[in-house]
Design a protein around this ligand. Structure first.
Ligand code: GLY
Length: 569
């Protein structure tokens, strides 16, 4: 074997071994479990398990895990960001939008210079990049609507982690090292996360007393502890100090919104995912609609036809994404883009043997229709089969880089998810349109896709971080489960691909395409670009007999756990 082939063979064996080990870790569970949790952090997963053990339900566990992530995973877990949750309690499916909003003083051109050119970094670094945090009110609203344990009991584990300390793991040390330039720009942040001017070493005991105090106030008073009073005033002062427009009045005015999910049928399953202001549910629905119409499931797993059809479906779904934005200003919505006629027309457009250049794929229009790095996800199912899929984000790793000293947490840089300069690519290379232009109070368009699927008694809760890669990673795992019958461990370990219309590139993880498939796709006109990793999917599943399963994505050091009836793991 030539050297590259040896490496390929070794990597393939490694993927298989990981899948087998993860299966072994989850397959031993008997059909008597009381809950299943999966998140990007072993400490957060342990918190979720403890809440379930103490009689909490899926909403209690999800909120407690999100708050634990706000302590131990400052790259993405947050109080200074926002997110989405999809819930299914009994048969009622709801979604909670706690996405950040643009501050009242935001303007359409706030990131452009006098010549109308984007100011480098303006929508990414520092508090001018920060949207109004949605997490404090959002997590509280999720608990208030669906939780069973007292609010203080759900916040307590995060307080303990911040007050008593947690151990810096390799991922956190590495991510702080990578973001050292950003974090070092703000003395407030450096004092917290670059002690002695350096990233903390792996194994360091990290205590966050200011964050512990904020969380204690949050446990006692609810969101007003952060969105009003001294902490809101401190956020305003920190923003002003560094040129931001975020004000205490923005925090006070923020409201999370319960919204009807995007719902669609796929391969015999019912699926509910996030509606606008996320594009995620619409992209999933469109893709499944096109794949179903093109008999995707009949083609061999991993073969050229499947990959080609998947990419051609995504190319069209992401082309339509350019029209999307805040529900109040969007140029199209789920009703337009999942309409029978539009899906049929899109499906008919797909050439089975040739990639359509993205430049030739027109976006949806009323006339056409008339003709025809950093986010984190957690998934929970409790013993009653109630499920929560929750994705939360600061946008980039460590958000805008500014930590508010009195509050102890970082602010997001979610404003970059707006079309800060319509027609130009954002952090994720996404081209976005007028509907997603900056405007005061608007919610910026997202790709986050927390998703729940069910068929009879079977339930799946799934999602991923990864910006534009979120819907494609989530969907590939879902399809592996519901179409191919993969186990959760196999489904999350399977190598993935990604396409987002523009750039017109098919991204592929190392083992995603065999040489023959890569050659076949190249012959059809796909421009393939290797990437190390796509998404980080966290998955839980309930089988028809009540057995619970969980799998954390083996690409990163997350953790999945099952709570047995006796209380043990
Ligand atoms: N910040 C990434 C997203 O919401 O899609």
């Amino acid at each position: 074997m030539r050297q590259p082939e040896v490496f390929t063979a070794i990597r393939r064996c490694a993927w298989l071994l990981v899948a087998l080990l993860v299966s072994w870790g989850t397959a031993g569970a008997a059909a008597v479990e009381r809950g299943a949790v999966a998140s990007a952090s072993p400490a957060a997963t342990a918190v979720g398990l403890a809440i379930l053990r103490d009689g909490g339900n899926a909403a209690d566990a999800a909120v407690a895990m999100a708050l634990a992530l706000a302590v131990v995973m400052p790259q993405a877990g947050n109080l200074g960001g926002g997110g989405f949750a999809v819930t299914r309690f009994a048969s009622e499916v709801r979604t909670l939008d706690f996405r950040e909003t643009a501050p009242a003083a935001a303007t359409r051109d706030m990131y452009l210079d006098g010549q109308g050119e984007p100011r480098p970094g303006a929508s990414l670094v520092g508090p001018l990049a920060a949207g109004v945090p949605g997490s404090p009110a959002g997590l509280h609203a999720l608990h208030e609507a669906l939780g069973r344990r007292p609010w203080a009991a759900v916040v307590a584990p995060a307080i303990a982690l911040a007050r008593d300390g947690f151990t810096v793991d390799a991922r956190l040390a590495q991510d702080i090292g990578r973001a050292a330039d950003l974090l070092g720009r703000f003395p407030e942040t450096a004092a917290l996360w670059l002690p002695d001017g350096r990233p903390p070493a792996v194994g360091t005991r990290m205590r966050l007393p200011a964050l512990a105090a904020t969380l204690a106030a949050y446990a006692a008073q609810g969101p007003a502890a952060i969105t009003a009073g001294p902490i809101a005033a401190a956020i305003e002062r920190a923003a002003q100090r560094h040129g931001g427009v975020l004000r205490a009045s923005d925090l006070a005015a923020y409201r999370p919104v319960w919204r009807a999910p995007v719902r669609f049928a796929a391969f015999g399953w019912e699926v509910a995912s996030m509606p606008l202001p996320s594009s995620g549910g619409i992209i999933l629905g469109q893709t499944c609609g096109l794949l179903g119409r093109r008999s995707w499931a009949t083609h061999p797993i991993g073969g050229v036809e499947r990959r080609h059809l998947l990419v051609e479906a995504w190319r069209r779904a992401f082309a339509d994404r350019v029209l999307l934005g805040d529900p109040a200003t969007t140029g199209a919505d789920a009703a337009d883009l999942l309409a029978e006629g539009w899906l049929a027309r899109r499906a008919a457009e797909i050439d089975p043997v040739r990639a359509t250049p993205s430049a030739e794929v027109a976006t949806w229009s009323p006339a056409a229709a008339a003709e025809s790095r950093e986010t984190t996800h957690l998934s929970v199912i409790d013993g009653d089969g109630h499920a929560v899929a929750l994705t939360t984000t600061l946008n980039g790793s460590f958000g805008c880089g500014l930590a508010v000293p009195e509050a102890g947490f970082l602010l997001n840089n979610e404003m970059d998810d707006f079309a800060t300069a319509p027609g130009r690519p954002n952090l994720y290379g996404l081209i976005q349109g007028e509907a997603n232009a900056v405007g005061p109070g608007k919610r910026m368009l997202s790709s986050m896709s927390p998703t729940i699927a069910w068929r009879g008694e079977e339930v799946i809760a799934v999602g991923s971080p990864g910006g534009s890669r979120i819907p494609t990673a989530t969907l590939q795992v879902l399809l592996a489960l519901i179409v191919d019958g993969a186990t959760p461990a196999e489904a999350v370990a399977r190598p993935r691909v990604h396409h987002q219309w523009r750039p017109d590139v098919l991204y592929a993880e190392p083992e995603a395409l065999s040489p023959a498939v890569a050659e076949g796709l190249a012959r059809r006109g796909h421009a393939i670009q290797p990437v190390d990793s796509l998404g980080e999917v966290q998955l839980v599943r309930r089988l028809a007999d009540g057995t619970l399963e969980a799998a954390a994505d083996p690409r990163h050091p997350g953790a999945a756990e099952i709570l047995q009836a006796g209380g043990g793991r």
